[in-house]
Design a binder for this molecule. Structure first.
Ligand code: ZN
Length: 341
């Protein structure tokens, strides 16, 4: 029996880049740094989903799966791509979705990615997982749990990547292709004779993990020093990209090509939460959508069933939680996107 306690949703990193690429003026979307960052977060998310799938097909016994979790020890946060809690051990998976040849050198503890004629160092998944293990050990201690055995495995999820080891004899293999993960799990389950943790401890642990999970939302506007004049004002037409389109007769309509959508404001308001702040006022909403009427803004905000606080002019409408953001959105990364994916 297994249970996914924390289900993976599109992370803030991907959602925020999607919002940014919807908002940037078209020529600014061709910025290579932004495109590479966005592509790398998206590839990471895709790899994690692949690992979720393989884990979901494994016949675990009493395993609880956290598909991505971020916890705090002292002033620091640490993030675990996938965490497995079983009565025998805890498992940390560090997931890498990199293309090309991945060469691991146990002596220098370096992971080298060779992609075509490009060669570059990547974060070492084995060391990353070991660091998370230390943080998790501390977190367990601080949270009053008994010491628990923690295992770590680095997983390469890109089916076309080739893993190679500089020296195969030195250490147990801790960085494997995704297809090997079930075999690794077999070995782990077999290597522990019996369960150590009773169901009460596990239940408490699961509850505490879930409660302490704090997803990280990046601040892309500050990080890249993006100003209002870099961005589209109002809502852009989905077809011909002119902006702002107008709201009339309860729908958004493009004055140029006639494209219309009654709900075009919803994505725009969600994007505001992702790029600016987690609340919006009626006034900010009018500025955002380029409309004049407070009454219309109020109706549009109400239609989204957002939580709100305060009264009248100071009323604030709140962002939905991470898991409520639309999961099926897709934004192409500039013009070259079809060659990346
Ligand atoms: Zn149009």
């Amino acid at each position: 029996m297994k249970k996914v306690v924390l289900l993976r949703t599109k992370p803030y990193s991907v959602l925020c880049y999607e919002a940014l690429f919807r908002w940037l003026l078209p020529h600014l979307r061709e910025n290579k740094i932004l495109q590479d960052e966005f592509a790398s977060y998206r590839a990471g998310y895709r790899g994690e989903r692949n690992a979720d799938y393989i884990l979901s097909t494994y016949p675990h016994k009493n395993a609880y799966i956290f598909q991505g979790i971020r916890l705090k020890v002292g002033p620091f946060h640490f993030q675990i791509d996938t965490l497995l809690v079983t009565p025998k051990f805890i498992l940390i998976l560090e997931i890498k979705n990199l293309k090309g040849e991945l060469e691991y050198n146990p002596k220098t503890q370096q992971l080298i990615q060779i992609d075509g004629d490009q060669k570059k160092g990547q974060k070492n998944p084995i060391l990353q997982a070991e660091t998370q293990k230390r943080h998790l050990t501390l977190w367990l201690q601080q949270s009053g749990f008994p010491p628990m055995p923690i295992e770590t495995v680095g997983v390469s999820t890109n089916p076309s990547s080739i893993l190679s080891y500089k020296d195969e004899t030195t250490m147990p293999i801790k960085f494997v292709q995704l297809e090997s993960l079930p075999t690794i799990l077999d070995q782990l389950y077999e290597s522990y004779a019996k369960g150590i943790f009773d169901s009460t401890t596990i239940r408490k642990l699961n509850k505490k993990l879930l409660r302490d999970n704090t997803p990280h939302k990046p601040d892309l506007m500050n990080q890249f020093n993006i100003k209002d004049h870099h961005l589209i004002k109002g809502i852009a037409c989905n077809e011909c990209e002119i902006f702002p389109i107008q709201y009339k007769n309860r729908k958004w309509k493009c004055p140029k090509c006639g494209w219309e959508d009654p709900k075009a404001h919803e994505q725009k308001i969600l994007d505001y939460f992702l790029l600016y702040e987690p609340t919006i006022t009626n006034r900010a909403c009018r500025e955002l959508l380029q409309i004049k009427s407070p009454k219309v803004a109020r109706r549009l905000l109400y239609s989204m069933n957002l939580e709100h606080s305060g009264r009248n002019y100071s009323r604030k409408y709140h962002s939905p939680p991470l898991e409520k953001f639309p999961q099926d959105s897709f934004v192409s990364i500039g013009k070259r996107s079809i060659f990346n994916d």
